[in-house]
Design a protein around this ligand. Sequence first.
Ligand SMILES: *Cc1c(COP(=O)(O)O)cnc(C)c1O
Length: 398
Amino acid sequence: MSEVFKGSFTQQEAIPEAGIEAALAVMRHGRLHRYNTVAGELSETALLEQEFAASVGAPYCLAVASGGYAMATALRAVGVKPGDHVLSNAFTLAPVPGAIAAVGAVPVFVGVTDALTIDLDDLESKTDRARVLLLSHMRGHICDMERLMRLCDTAGITVIEDCAHTMGAAWKGVPSGRSGAVGCYSCQTYKHVNSGEGGFLVTGDAEIAARAVMMSGSYMLYERHLAAPPKEAFETIRYETPNISGRMDNLRAAILRPQVADLATQCARWNERYYRLEEGLRGTPGLKVIDRPEEETIVGSSIQFLLLDWQAEAVREVIARCGARGVELKWFGAPEPVAFTSRYDSWRYAPSAPMPDSDRILAGVVDMRVPLTFSLEDCDLIARIIRSEVGAVWQDAA
Ligand SMILES: *Cc1c(COP(=O)(O)O)cnc(C)c1O
C-alpha cells in the first residue's frame, strides 16, 4: 500500500497574534492611510519601512502595494523610458517581464544555467543591448553576485534585484537586494512575509529613493517617512515626478511588522524543511538535486530538482503519479502556462529568440512549494513519495 500526503501546498501559517492585535488597533482608530496621523504619531507604514531598511542595512526603504509595483517603480526611478530594452531572466515568473512591459519597455531575456541562476556568459554577450538589468533571484537561487556586479559595472548596466524569493537570503553575507542599485521584495501571501499583497523597495541612492517615494503617491507629505532621504533630495524631484499611486497602508504594515522582526527565525524553519527534503531526494537515480553554493545563505521556501534530458511524457508521468499521492509538483517545461508557472516563450507581448540551452534546463525543472505548515515528518514523506515515483518512471523508461 503506497503512502499518500494529505497536507496543503498553498496553506501558509496564520498571521502572528502580535500582527492581529496591531491590525485591530489600526482598525479601531481608523487611520489606515499612511499619511493620516495625529500629532506626534508615527504611522505603522513609516515604522515598517524603518525596520525593514535596518534588517537589510539599506539607507532607504519604501513600502508599496505589491512586488510588481516595486519593480515597475524601480525601473521608472532609474530612468527606464518607453521603448527601452531591459535585460531580465528567461527563468522567472510573469510579474517580472510584466513590470518591464508596464513601463512600456521591452524585455531581453537572458538564459538559465543548471544551477537555476542567470547565465552570466549569455548576459555578457548581451550587455550592449540594454542599460538596465532586472535580475530575478528566481526560486531563491542567487548567482555569483560578485561576477555579476563586476560585469554590469564594467558595462554601465544598472542592476535592479527582484528579491520576491530571497527576502532574508544573502550572497557572501550581503543581504539579497543590496548589491544592485535597487532591491524589490513582495509581501504577497506566498512569499516570506504575508500581508496578502504588498512590497518593498530598498536603495542606497537618495535620488532613486526620492523619485520612488513621490511616484508611490506621497504628495508633499514625504517628510512623514522615517526611511526616505532628507527633504533636500525632493527639492526639484517633487515637481518632475508623476504620482502613480501604489502606497502601502497601515493595516498591512501592522500585520507585517512582527513578521519582519521574526524573519530570521522563519527562514531557519524553512531551511530545516528544505534540507530535509533535499536529503530525502539526493541520490535518486535520474534526479538531479540543485547543489547550493556555500557563498549563498538560502531561504528554502521552495525546492527544485532537475529531470534533465527526460522525455516530456516521462516528466508528465512523474508529476501525475506524485499528484495522485498528494504531492503537488510544478513543471517549467510545459508548452502552455499553468497556474503560476509560465516560461519566457509564453509571454507573447515580449518577443524572444529560442534559447536551446535554457530550453533544455527548463524542460527538466520541477518545482515544489515548501510552506511552513509542513512538519519535518511531512518533508520525509514527500521525499519518499517523489523518490519512489521518479524511480518507478525511470525504471520503466530504462
Ligand atoms: C511574486 C513575485 C513577484 C512580485 O509579486 P507581487 O505578486 O506583485 O507582489 C516578483 N517576482 C517573482 C519571481 C515573484 O514570484
